[in-house]
Design a protein around this ligand. Structure first.
Ligand code: PEP
Ligand code: MG
Length: 537
């Protein structure tokens, strides 16, 4: 039995077989001696790519929408493109290895597309890179065989958002990664999906782990590979009691979240993508308090188009059926990097060019997102929230821009709904001037993850500082009290959407402070409601 440790990001016990998710191999021109055989391998790789793309098309259309699926269709067109194919075949005929030939020709074509003036043609650079990467993966076998035939535990160095999008979520029992942090995409996904997971583990990623039995204890942070009988039976018992505890929470489904003394609080959910909506419904959320819209921009190679964003927001709003859905505008930068934004490397990314700062200086990006949200607002109960605010001036500029967008849409004959405008309070500056800000907006939502990082001067991504990262610090508690009080004095509502909202040891405090809404991972809602209903506050 191998025993190791990591940082748990979601409680629970998972027992299952390991699926190792390896990184791509480095590409070298191995040269081929049998040209006919290499050409045949290339033919077969094209067939496999066609089949994969067709399956991915169906999955994307069902989970995300036809619009996004159309992007996948464009990629399959390259499998018929004579320039592309003949270039690769010519290189193979000159003795080069198939994967290397795909890489070279793909790269040359992508650079040629990228150099064109026409925006549509420029975007083809991404498509040719994507299809080339797929063919290379198939030819080198780097990812070949990564199929989950039965439910299992994914062990990986780290998982990028695009990798997680392609996974069959119904089959994942747990994630175990060497890298990541409590706020990494994998961790957020694990919480949304309700599966025990560990990040920052000491595990050796080796294909020989494939198929071995593993236990992930999301309570203690331990994992066990090929466990002995005693450990297995202890962990099965722990899993059973966790299951029973969860079943016991079912009695709180559909109940109003009100304390014994009659204090009401709305329990909303935090999500990243429209496909997470099923967890919101399963979790019995009373609304969505934080739709981290940047996930619609991650794991892809170019900006999403307005129609695509509109479809995504509309899907969520319609599924929420009149319940409030707070969409946070793009919060790219710092820990959430996206290549096509071409952001410069920064000395202090958390204090850098991120969130609203990008939106206010690259208004075309902001415009596309806001137009999509306002268009979708006609289909449900939408609210918009802006991240990383530090001043009244910013808020006024945002409000004027929102008005401009609405006028523009109305002039085009497009209807919009009534949309509340709110801000995240996640910088000390915003907390300190929350009395002034409260007169500018319809609501506040406190982002305690960043508010803690900036107030305590502790990088939230740096695991070495975990012992210092005290979200219960009296400075944070005072700020939280002040924010709620300033909101209420100005007659607006206040919520918390950072991780602290789900901290059960603080529920009474938050009720006392008068918070109107707590927004947490969907899987946390029933437990939080139990806490509220049993609270004496
Ligand atoms: C926060 O900072 O608390 C928050 C909710 O936003 P994010 O975690 O996405 O930065
Ligand atoms: Mg934040």
């Amino acid at each position: 039995m191998v025993v190791g440790r990591g940082r748990p990001v979601y409680e629970g016990v998972a027992i299952g077989r390991i699926y190792v998710r390896t990184k791509e191999k480095e590409l070298v021109d191995r040269k081929c001696s049998d040209i006919e055989k290499e050409l045949k391998r290339f033919e077969e790789a094209k067939e496999t790519a066609r089949a994969e793309l067709s399956a991915l098309y169906d999955k994307t259309a069902a989970e995300i929408g036809e619009e996004q699926a159309a992007i996948i269709e464009v990629q399959s067109l390259f499998l018929e493109d004579l320039d592309y194919l003949e270039g690769i075949e010519a290189m193979i005929k000159s003795g080069s290895d198939a994967a290397f030939s795909v890489h070279e020709i793909g790269d040359a074509q992508a650079s040629a597309f990228a150099a064109l003036d026409d925006e549509y043609m420029k975007a083809r650079a991404t498509d040719v890179r994507d299809i080339s990467d797929r063919l290379i993966r198939i030819l080198t076998g780097a990812d070949q065989g990564f199929r989950m035939d039965e439910p299992g535990i994914i062990v990986a160095e780290d998982l990028t958002p695009s990798e997680t999008v392609a996974l069959d979520k119904d089959k994942i029992l747990a994630f175990v990664t060497r890298q990541g942090s409590s706020n990494s995409h994998t961790a957020i996904l694990a919480r949304v999906m309700n599966i025990p997971s560990l990040v920052l583990t000491d595990i050796d990623i080796d294909p020989s782990l494939n198929g071995k039995l593993m236990i992930v204890d999301g309570f203690s942070g331990n994992y066990y590979i090929e466990p002995d009988e005693k450990t297995l039976s202890e962990m099965k018992a722990k899993q059973k009691s966790a299951g029973e505890y969860k079943a016991g929470l079912e009695q709180y489904r559909g109940k109003e979240s009100v304390s014994r003394k009659g204090r009401k609080v709305k329990l909303f959910a935090n999500i990243g993508s429209p496909s997470d909506i099923k967890y919101v419904i399963d979790g019995d959320a009373e609304g969505i308090g934080l739709l981290r819209s940047e996930f619609l921009y991650l794991g892809r190679d170019d900006f999403p188009k307005e129609d695509e964003l509109f479809e995504a927001y509309r899907t969520v709003l319609e599924a929420m059926n009149g319940k409030k859905t707070v969409i946070r505008t793009l919060d790219i930068g710092a820990d959430k990097k996206v290549a096509y934004f071409n952001l410069d490397a920064e000395e202090n990314p958390a204090l850098g060019y991120r969130g609203i700062r990008i939106c206010l200086t690259q208004k075309d990006i902001f415009r596309t997102q806001l137009r999509a949200i306002y268009r979708a607002s006609a289909y449900g109960n939408a609210a918009i929230m802006f991240p990383m605010i530090i001043s009244v001036g910013e808020v006024r500029e945002i409000k004027a821009f929102c008005k401009e967008i609405q006028d523009e849409l109305h002039a085009e004959g497009i209807k919009t709904g009534d949309v509340e405008l709110g801000i995240m309070i996640e910088t000390p500056a915003a907390a300190i001037i929350s009395d002034q800000l409260a007169h500018e907006v319809d609501f506040f939502s406190v982002g305690t993850n960043d508010l803690t990082q900036y107030t305590l001067a502790i990088d939230r991504q740096n695991e070495k500082l975990d012992a210092f990262y005290d979200a219960h610090h009296p400075a944070i508690m005072r700020l939280l009290e002040m924010i709620a009080s300033n909101a209420h004095q100005a007659g607006i509502w206040a919520g918390i959407c950072g991780e602290l909202a789900g901290d059960l040891s603080l529920t009474d405090e938050f009720l006392k402070m008068g918070y109107d809404e707590l927004s947490v991972a969907p899987s946390r809602i029933l437990e939080l409601r139990k806490n509220v209903i049993n609270s004496e506050v």
